[in-house]
Ligand binder design. Structure first.
Ligand SMILES: Nc1ncnc2c1ncn2[C@@H]1O[C@H](COP(=O)(O)OP(=O)(O)OP(=O)(O)O)[C@@H](O)[C@H]1O
Length: 117
């Protein structure tokens, strides 16, 4: 298959993000958290390094959420019925988001505490 032009690849990716914002509750929550962080970065006047750290962990959570959603969609496609193996696969994929979210909260507490206390 011929590779699509670069602008079409970007457009496909943007459509993917729009679908996630419209359809996935967890993704909506994580995008809201990102927007709150943008507000706090501006309001508390974070240094460039601290802002970069907050952006890095926020986008890491979003990226893992996207991969988790892909795993869920593929699982639902290949096995719509209850299956113990699918349960393990989905639980493991969800744990990646869970662990990264804990890491992001820890980073947030460490960074913001410098500006609040
Ligand atoms: N086909 C299945 N067989 C066995 N267990 C399943 C199956 N589908 C879902 N589960 C269980 O339900 C959980 C939630 O799966 P679901 O596909 O509903 O994702 P979700 O509601 O979008 O959750 P998440 O918060 O992880 O995104 C899984 O982590 C798994 O434990």
């Amino acid at each position: 298959m011929r590779k699509p032009p670069i602008h079409r690849s970007f457009w496909n990716a943007i459509k993917g993000v729009m679908w996630l914002i419209k359809s996935e509750r967890n993704f909506q929550i994580e995008v809201s958290a990102l927007l709150i962080n943008v507000f706090l970065i501006l309001y508390l006047k974070l240094t460039v390094n601290d802002a970069a750290l907050i952006f890095a962990v926020s986008f890491a959570v979003l990226g893992l959420e996207i991969l988790n959603t892909c795993v869920e969609k593929i699982c639902d496609l290949i096995q719509p019925e209850f299956d113990e193996r699918i349960k393990i696969i989905k639980d493991i994929a969800a744990s990646a988001v869970f662990l990264m979210s804990i890491g992001a909260v820890i980073v947030g507490l460490l960074v913001y505490s410098k500006y609040l206390f």
